[in-house]
Design a protein around this ligand. Structure first.
Ligand SMILES: NC(=O)c1ccc[n+]([C@@H]2O[C@H](COP(=O)([O-])OP(=O)(O)OC[C@H]3O[C@@H](n4cnc5c(N)ncnc54)[C@H](O)[C@@H]3O)[C@@H](O)[C@H]2O)c1
Length: 343
């Protein structure tokens, strides 16, 4: 048996990741849709995320998301993502991450990618995909609202605009005036916002919006009144813990993956605990995409995406292929060493 060539290991920087993803919003939303479809038909392995928490740093966590994706992508891997909310005070993003890609034939890891950008990108692409499918059959929302206006809000807005959404009005609310101001300045720079209104409450944003994006870091529900949703908005509940169970129980609830989402004290998990069942769930986004369920046009709809590792793999492999194809992959020489079994 002739020995295989030694596997290579490449490292991809955030700058390279951003270069590979910039301006590709439509393509990336299609890729994320394909990943959801593959996941929906079992062409994936996506075990529960593992949460590392610290007794001495209760607001911080690091999450491991192992996954395997089939379909046209065929890659295994692990995302390892930290959330340290206090970073924002010292001028660093809350989240930092790496993604390891493994070769499905040998198991060898072949790349390590900066992954905060990949994570934000797949999250925003998933939100834009949900906005598209959950508003099907409705008048296209022209009033969007953001509750929590940090980095993920910026990515979601960029993906909506990059997939041909335009808005007459953008409502924003954040507990931090600095964050609201920073997002407002981003919107001004982007030049694509309509009228921008800064609200002093989530209620103000909700009542003024037909499409609402929650991207806070709230640990428990702070929106309790279901009547704020009586006009039937589509809500992208990206931060997962903002809405009280009472709100969900009056809405059409769509998740990315039922088993994943009903964990870790998310709002859907709280609703399950309150009711003792899962009857309040209509289904998954893959069900909507594939036409297995139809979303009513006249009721509030809440999409709660737990965030699947398979999406990170899809986007990460896309980045790897772009960088490798361009010839700019930084290979670490001799990364795998002592490969001869008997020395
Ligand atoms: N579901 C997913 O797949 C997924 C993926 C990535 C991030 N996220 C979540 O998105 C959220 C936002 O991440 P980020 O990186 O933008 O964080 P960030 O720290 O940059 O921004 C969060 C903002 O929310 C504000 N905020 C906190 N509580 C609030 C409240 N009750 N009302 C209004 N504003 C409030 C903060 O002041 C801050 O400006 C996090 O909860 C993160 O876990 C979800």
């Amino acid at each position: 048996m002739s020995p295989m060539a030694a596997p290579q290991f490449g490292v991809i920087s955030g700058a390279q990741v951003q270069g590979a993803l910039a301006g590709r919003e439509k393509q990336l939303v299609e890729l994320v849709e394909a990943a959801y479809r593959w996941h929906g038909v079992g062409e994936s392995v996506n075990p529960p995320s593992y949460f590392l928490r610290f007794p001495d740093r209760p607001t911080a966590r690091i999450i491991a998301l192992p996954a395997s994706l089939g379909g046209d992508v065929r890659v295994d891997g692990l995302k390892w993502i930290s959330s340290f909310p206090d970073n924002v005070q010292v001028g660093l993003p809350r989240a930092s991450a790496v993604l390891i890609l493994n070769d499905p034939a040998t198991g060898y890891p072949f790349a390590c990618l900066e992954s905060s950008i990949i994570s934000a990108t797949r999250t925003a692409a998933s939100a834009a995909l949900a906005a598209k499918h959950l508003t099907r059959g409705r008048a296209r929302p022209a009033r969007v609202g953001f509750v929590g206006t940090g980095l993920i809000a910026r990515y979601v807005h960029a993906f909506l605009v990059g997939t041909d959404w335009s808005f007459d009005e953008v409502g924003i609310h954040d507990l931090s005036a600095d964050s609201a101001d920073g997002f407002r300045r981003y919107l001004d720079r982007a030049g694509t916002a309509g009228r921008i209104t800064v609200h002093d409450s989530a209620k103000g944003v909700l009542l003024a919006s037909d499409l609402v994006v929650f991207t806070t870091i709230a640990a428990r529900p702070h929106v309790h009144d279901p009547s704020w949703f009586d006009h039937g908005p589509v809500v992208l509940h990206v931060s997962l813990r903002d809405l009280a169970p009472e709100v969900l129980l009056r809405a059409v609830n769509i998740v990315d993956d039922i088993e994943h989402c009903l964990k870790a004290e998310t709002s859907p998990h709280l609703a399950e605990q309150l009711t003792g069942n899962r009857d309040f769930l209509a289904g998954t986004l893959a069900d909507v995409i594939c036409g297995r369920i139809t979303v009513p046009e006249d009721r509030p709809v809440v999409f709660s995406p737990f965030g699947l590792g398979v999406l990170d793999l899809a986007v990460g492999k896309y980045v790897y292929d772009q960088v490798a194809h361009s010839g700019d992959l930084h290979v670490v020489d001799d990364f795998f060493h002592d490969l001869n079994r008997y020395g």
